[in-house]
Write a protein that binds this ligand. Structure first.
Ligand code: NAD
Length: 510
C-alpha cells in the first residue's frame, strides 16, 4: 500500500412535491467520462484555475486585508492515497483517492465524494474551495472539503464498489480525515445514499465509542440516520433560487421576463440527482421543460417534456431515444444552444466556454452543477445582459440540508418529534376559541389544514427555502452595492464572512 499525506501549512498556495420513489431509492449515480473541454478553447483555465480567477476578482473588491485573503485562498490539507482492492481472487487493482480540506476556519469540514475516472487532485481542490465559499454564502457553519476516487463506477459490481468505498474510508479514518467534528463527506457525482451507508458503517467499526458516529457522513438513507428531503435538496434549492431571482425587478429589467416561474421555458443539462429534481420542481410549479441533455443524447420538445414519463423511459431503455415525439440531438451539448428562458446546467464543469457561449440564447443561466461556465464565457454572458446565478449560491441546497442531517444526527432525534403534537394541541385550542367567537364550526378538513403540525420533510423544506431566500437577497444587495455581477457578489459575501471568523478567532500560531 502506498499512502501519501500532504499537510499544507496555512498560507502556502496550493494550486409541492412528492418523493420520487425510484430516484429516492437510486443507488450510485454516474458521470460519463465525456470530455469536460468540448466547449472550451485550449487557453481557458481548468476548473481550479477558474475558481481561483473568480476568487481573485471578488477578493480585489472585498475590502478584506491581503493577509487574510492569502490565507483564505490556500487549500489547507490534502490527502492522496493509493490502495489495493481485490477484484477477484486472482486480481488486485490499485485505486487512487483524494480528500482535500480547503479551510478549517469552521469545523467540521464538509463536501462530497465523487467517483469518476476524471477525478484528479486539481479538481478535488477546486471543489473543496468552492465548498468553503458555498457554506459561507448560505451561513452553514462548516469549512469546505471534497473527495474523489478515480474509478468509473459503471465498471465495478456493487460488491467491488463496497470494497473500494470501505477501503477508502479506512484510509480516511487512519489519517484522521473523517469524523462528525473533523470532516463529513456527502454524495456527489457517482455516489449516493448506498455509498454513504458503507462509509458510515466503516467509520463506526473503527470508532465504536463515538455516539455521534452517524454524523460522520450525510446523504444517508433514512434508515441509517438520513434526513427526509436530502435527496431532492439540491434540485429544490435550485428551484427556490431561480424563483427568487425572477422576482427581483433588476432581473426582470435585464431579461424582459415577468416574475413568475409559471409559463417559463426551461432546458436542463444532466438528468441525474440534481437535474431530475430541479426539472421536477420547475414542472410542478408551472414551467415547461422543453429540453433535457444527457451524455449520449439530448431530448427536445417545444411543447414540453413530461418529466416523470421521460424519467421512466430512460430508466427502462437506458436512453431518451424513442421517447414520444421528442427530437433527439445526437450532439447532446447542442441542447444548451436552443431558445429558452432558463438554462440549468446540472451535469458537470466547463460546459459553457468560449466555443459555445455565443450560441447561448437563455436569458437566465442557473448553475446547478459546480463550475459549468468558464470565466471568459461568464463575462461574455454578463456583458450580453444575461443573468448568471452562480453555483456557490444556487446549488447550496445540498449542503444546507446536509447540515440539517448532521444536526439531526448530533441531537439523535427526528425533527419535529418533540414538538409536533404539542403544536397541534395549541392550535386546536386556538381554533376552538376562534370558532366560539365566530359562531361557526370549521369543517374537519379546514380544521386539519390549520392544526397540522410539521413533518420532518416540511421543516427541512422550510429551512431550505428560508436559507435560499436569505442568501439570494444578500447576493443581490452586494451586487447592487459593489455594482458587480452576482457571482462576484456572492464570493465577496463569502470572503467577508470567512475573514471575520478567521480574524476574530485570534492568531495563535502565525
Ligand atoms: P449525477 O451523477 O446524479 O448526475 C449527473 C448527470 O449528468 C448524469 O445523469 C450523467 O449521465 C449526466 N452527464 C454526464 N456527462 C454529461 C454530459 N457530457 N452531458 C450531459 N449530461 C451528462 O450527479 P449530481 O449529483 O446530479 O451532480 C451534478 C452536478 O451538480 C455536479 O457538478 C455536482 O458536483 C453538482 N452538485 C451536486 C450536489 C448534490 O447534492 N448531488 C450538490 C451540489 C452540486
Amino acid at each position: 500500500m502506498v499512502a501519501a499525506l500532504i499537510r499544507r501549512t496555512p498560507g502556502t498556495l496550493a494550486s409541492a412535491v412528492r418523493l420520487h420513489r425510484a430516484a429516492a431509492a437510486a443507488p450510485a449515480r454516474f458521470l460519463s467520462t465525456h470530455v469536460t473541454n468540448a466547449a472550451c478553447e485550449d487557453n481557458e483555465p481548468g476548473f481550479l484555475g477558474s475558481v481561483e480567477h473568480f476568487y481573485d476578482r471578488a477578493a480585489d473588491i472585498s475590502g478584506v486585508s491581503s493577509k487574510s485573503l492569502t490565507g483564505i485562498k490556500a487549500v489547507d490539507s490534502v490527502l492522496s492515497v493509493k490502495f489495493p482492492v481485490e477484484i477477484d481472487p486472482e486480481t488486485h487493482v490499485i485505486i487512487e483517492g483524494y480528500r482535500a480540506q480547503h479551510s478549517r476556519h469552521r469545523l467540521p469540514t464538509k463536501g462530497g465524494i465523487r467517483f469518476s475516472d476524471e477525478v484528479d487532485l486539481q479538481e478535488v481542490e477546486a471543489l473543496a474551495s468552492l465548498m468553503t465559499y458555498k457554506c459561507a454564502v448560505v451561513d452553514v457553519p462548516f469549512g469546505g472539503a471534497k473527495g474523489g476516487v478515480k474509478i468509473n463506477p459503471k465498471k465495478f459490481t456493487p460488491a467491488q464498489l463496497e470494497r473500494i468505498t470501505r477501503r477508502f474510508t479506512l484510509e480516511l479514518c487512519q489519517k484522521n480525515f473523517i469524523g462528525p467534528g473533523i470532516d463529513v463527506p456527502a454524495p456527489d457525482v457517482g455516489t449516493g445514499p448506498r455509498e454513504m451507508s458503507w462509509i458510515m458503517d466503516t467509520y463506526r467499526q473503527f470508532n465504536p465509542q463515538d455516539v455521534n458516529a452517524a454524523g460522520c457522513v450525510t446523504g444517508k438513507p433514512i434508515s441509517q440516520g438520513g434526513v427526509r428531503g436530502r435527496n431532492e435538496a439540491t434540485g429544490l434549492g435550485v428551484y427556490y433560487g431561480v424563483r427568487e431571482f425572477l422576482q427581483f425587478p433588476e432581473v426582470q429589467k435585464m431579461t424582459g421576463l415577468d416574475g413568475e416561474i409559471a409559463g417559463k421555458t426551461v432546458i436542463v443539462q444532466g438528468f441525474g440527482n440534481v437535474g431530475y429534481w430541479a426539472a421536477k420542481f420547475f414542472e410542478n410549479n408551472g414551467a415547461k421543460i422543453i429540453g433535457i441533455g444527457e451524455h449520449d443524447v439530448s431530448a427536445y420538445d417545444p411543447n414540453g417534456l413530461d418529466i416523470e414519463a421521460i424519467f421512466k423511459h430512460r430508466a427502462e431503455k437506458g436512453t431518451f431515444r424513442g421517447f414520444g415525439n421528442a427530437e433527439m440531438l445526437e450532439d447532446p451539448i447542442k441542447i444548451m444552444e436552443r431558445e429558452c428562458d432558463i438554462l440549468i446546467p446540472a451535469a458537470l464543469e466547463r460546459q459553457i466556454g468560449l466555443k459555445n457561449v455565443k450560441n447561448i440564447k437563455a436569458k437566465i443561466i442557473g448553475e446547478a452543477a459546480n463550475g459549468p461556465i468558464t470565466p471568459a464565457a461568464h463575462d461574455y454572458l454578463v456583458a450580453q445582459g444575461k443573468v448568471v446565478i452562480p453555483d456557490l449560491l444556487l446549488n447550496a441546497g445540498g449542503v444546507t440540508v446536509s447540515y440539517f442531517e448532521w444536526l439531526k444526527n448530533l441531537s439523535h432525534v427526528r425533527f419535529g418529534r418533540m414538538s409536533r403534537k404539542w403544536e397541534e394541541a395549541g392550535k386546536s385550542k386556538l381554533l376552538t376559541l376562534v370558532e366560539q367567537n365566530a359562531g361557526r364550526q370549521l369543517t374537519p378538513q379546514e380544521r386539519r389544514a390549520v392544526i397540522h403540525g410539521a413533518e420532518e420533510h416540511e421543516l427541512v423544506y422550510s429551512g431550505l427555502e428560508d436559507t435560499m431566500i436569505g442568501a439570494c437577497e444578500e447576493t443581490r444587495a452586494t451586487a447592487a452595492l459593489k455594482k458587480t455581477d452576482f457571482r462576484t457578489a456572492a464570493l465577496v459575501n463569502a470572503i467577508q464572512k470567512i475573514a471575520t471568523v478567521t480574524e476574530q478567532s485570534g492568531k495563535m500560531f502565525i
